[in-house]
Design a protein around this ligand. Sequence first.
Ligand code: SF4
Length: 156
Amino acid sequence: MKKPINSINTCDMVNVINGVATSIWFQGCSANCVGCHNGSLLKRRESNHAISDAADSITRYAHRNRNVAILGGEPLEHYEATLMLLKHAKSLNLTTLLWTGFDLENVPDEILSHVDYIKVGRYQRDLHGLFKYYGSSNQHMYHVIDGIAHDDESLN
Ligand code: SF4
């Protein structure tokens, strides 16, 4: 797929822990969670931006946006592209955040070693609640240090 990215936000102050992020939404997720709030991002199809567009945006705004958030859709169903963008962000000493529907034990170590914060778990409508970084109580945000996910009450 030449253009797997639906949208790029170069001034995201929502999907971030501190400061401003360049945020990237992948197109495509096979999970089909009932009540998913990103319904337009589920179908895997050619979308609006190439990976190079996202990498260029990360570079261009790195002086101001010290965070890169990767969301979807399901970023881990675009594994190589997600890994490349995470590595690119870390090469610029940026903080990286990843939103995935995968459970923590299914996230590859290679990905964990390039993220600082990760939201895990699929949305479950019967567990819906008001949380800052996700929509249902089975989901969780971890602070990742040197590839190890740590619980942090302030994020959940
Ligand atoms: S994993 Fe996330 S994007 Fe995919 S269907 Fe579930 S809530 Fe939607």
